[in-house]
Design a protein. Structure first.
Length: 220
């Protein structure tokens, strides 16, 4: 399935904090069958096929929207499909944003508290690129165009330039467009991949688990 051309139904909100104004885009409906957790091994997100597509569309939108906070509320999604679950894992949300916005993660709790519905808007996904120029340069120690990680208010923040999101988004594009066929060919229930980010200390990766087996939690 091609990511480009897919439609993502969202809600657009404008939040004011003092003199500052922030544009927040989030899914129009809760992302079913997706969960995100902070664990000893890092930050882990588990998705099935539709949720993987929504995550990739959010990533593609963040890559091209330097003035927007892209918010995926995943703490209450109710998905129990985690390949490497631990009892001590902490449910978290996800925010993606361009570094030029200069948004301090410490302000997110105030912004989130002011979200009230939003204006419906459909985003037509323009896709994520393959074979992004700069892949070889990204392996050098002096490379500065990295994806960066922050954590605040039960939320994992991934911040970067267009190039940073493009380089890391290659894995998500492969997940959406290639993994379903590979799972069928290899008779597997899932695959996983890592997206690396600076600032995570010992937790220098976002672990993405793609799983076709899922069930909705009835816990509250």
């Amino acid at each position: 399935m091609k990511l480009q051309g897919e439609r993502w139904r969202t809600l657009v909100s404008t939040v004011r904090l003092g003199r500052d104004e922030y544009r927040v885009v989030q899914p129009a409906r809760p992302v079913a069958h997706a969960s995100m957790h902070l664990a000893l091994c890092g930050v882990s997100v588990t998705v099935n096929k539709p949720a993987a597509r929504e995550l990739a569309m959010a990533w593609a939108f963040a890559m091209r929207s330097p003035r927007t906070l892209v918010y995926l509320p995943l703490r209450q999604s109710g998905c129990e499909c985690r390949m490497y679950a631990e009892d001590g894992d902490i449910p978290v949300d996800l925010v993606l944003l361009h570094h030029s916005l200069g948004f301090a993660a410490s302000r997110w709790k105030e912004v989130r508290a002011k979200l009230r519905g939003g204006r419906p808007h459909t985003v037509v996904c323009r896709g994520l690129p393959r074979d992004v120029p700069g892949r070889r340069e990204s392996l050098r120690r002096d490379f500065r165009d990295d994806l960066r990680y922050h954590f605040a208010a039960d939320t994992a923040f991934f911040t970067g330039s267009r190039t940073a999101f493009a380089l890391s988004g290659e894995n998500l594009l492969e997940m959406v467009e290639d993994w379903p066929r590979r799972m069928h060919e290899k008779q597997r229930d899932g695959f996983c991949t890592e997206i690396y980010a600076k600032g995570m200390g010992d937790r220098e990766q976002l672990h993405v688990q793609y799983c076709d087996r899922h069930r909705v939690s009835t816990r509250r």
